[in-house]
Ligand binder design. Structure first.
Ligand code: SAH
Ligand code: SF4
Length: 360
């Protein structure tokens, strides 16, 4: 059994069940979450019996770091190999006052959005909670640059589930992973700093709400009407925009918190002023904000990025409807780390810095 697949609240009793003192659970959690150590031999204050348990029955295995690429803007893309072979990606996004980690929840994705590079991989498989949390451990190790341990407080203060995969298609792993991210004996992050982004799986949105995690919700809308949405996001054939908005209305948020609607802007497809007005009419009655993401191209992609002027006027039209519209800056496009660019790549095995021009 992998301990990281269990919420930290269950670690003490798991150690007890195995004949160890309950507090060993807390000690091991400290080694892992505070010191980033997964090697039992390096856990100096635990006895040989606990160590051998960690080498046999209870494991702390996480995906291995295969490569790390740093963009000219500081964004870092980490490629991690799962024990059975597939490679997944996580992205570290530094901003002036924060460090965001973008996590993957699946190897590949089965949703098939036409503008997304991950879609072309298809779904390989769901990740386990330990594979989701293992991305955090590897990212923290990478940041602290002292592999195997660190002395400072938390370096990553925001988490977005916007990497590879549809998080709500893997709720069984997503929910325990979020519990470990927020539990004081785990990573101890505030749930308000965790955002789950979905392509709009309506029944799963209700289940996520029922789990009452206190997290933020983002929905990839990407079109102002069902006809166009179905064309670019095949999942639109299953759930209509009206059903998605209703699910958002029911999602438990605190006062003043709002659902974020993501809208990938595709040149000549969904970026026209009348489409901005249609989106404005749709969302005006709703407590929401809109995050416009100019399309990030990738090799062989069927769409183009709109001109900056077009993006600005789309945002201005939404503002006219009193909707907060922000334009997401593309981070790390030169290393294919920006939204929608994640896929299994065969890159150099070492840390590299790309010197190509960054488009933002
Ligand atoms: N599967 C989830 C989360 C991962 S995708 C979802 O779809 O919401 C994260 C965001 O990247 C989504 O809003 C998606 O619409 C956007 N995205 C996908 N491909 C993109 C691309 N090529 N350029 C810009 N944004 C893209
Ligand atoms: Fe999957 Fe999200 Fe990409 Fe759509 S945009 S294919 S749901 S990862």
């Amino acid at each position: 059994m992998n301990l990281l697949d269990l919420p930290p609240a269950l670690w003490t009793e798991t150690f007890q069940e195995k004949g160890e003192a309950a507090y060993r659970g807390r000690q091991v959690a400290h080694w892992l979450f505070k010191r980033l150590i997964t090697e039992p031999a390096a856990m100096t204050n635990i006895p040989a019996s606990t160590r051998s348990l960690l080498e046999s029955d209870l494991s702390l295995a996480i995906p291995s770091l295969e490569s790390a690429h740093q963009s000219v803007d500081g964004t870092r893309k980490l490629a991690l190999r799962l024990s059975d072979g597939p490679v997944i990606e996580s992205v570290l996004i530094p901003r002036k006052d924060r460090m965001t980690l973008c996590l993957s929840t699946q190897a590949g994705c089965g949703i098939g959005c036409r503008f997304c590079r991950t879609a072309a991989m298809g779904l390989i498989r769901n990740l386990t909670p330990s594979e989701i949390l293992g991305q955090w451990v590897q990212a923290m190790r990478h940041l602290s640059a002292t592999p195997g341990g660190m002395k400072e407080g938390p370096l990553i203060d925001h988490i977005v589930f916007m990497g590879m995969g549809e998080p709500l298609a893997n709720l069984d792993a997503l929910v325990p992973a979020i519990r470990s991210l927020t539990h004081p004996d785990g990573i101890g992050l505030s749930p308000r700093r965790i955002t789950v982004s979905t392509s709009g799986l309506v029944p799963k949105m209700a289940l996520l709400g029922e789990a009452n995690l206190g997290i933020q919700l983002a929905v990839s809308l990407c079109a102002p009407d069902d006809l166009l949405r179905r064309e670019i996001m095949p999942v639109g054939r299953i759930y209509s925009i009206a059903e998605i908005l209703e699910a958002c209305r029911r999602f438990p948020l605190r006062n003043r918190e709002r659902v974020t609607f993501e809208y990938v802007l595709l040149r000549g497809k969904n970026d026209a002023p009348e489409q901005a007005r249609a989106l404005g009419r749709l969302l005006a009655p709703f407590r929401s904000k809109v995050n416009l993401i100019p399309f990030n191209p990738f090799p062989g992609s069927p769409f183009e990025r709109p001109e900056e002027e077009r993006v600005r006027s789309f945002a201005d039209i939404l503002s006219g409807f009193h909707i907060t519209a922000t334009v997401r800056k593309s981070m790390g496009p030169d290393v294919l780390a920006a939204c929608g660019q994640l896929a299994r790549d065969r890159g150099p095995e070492t840390i590299t810095t790309s010197h190509r021009e960054t488009v933002s």
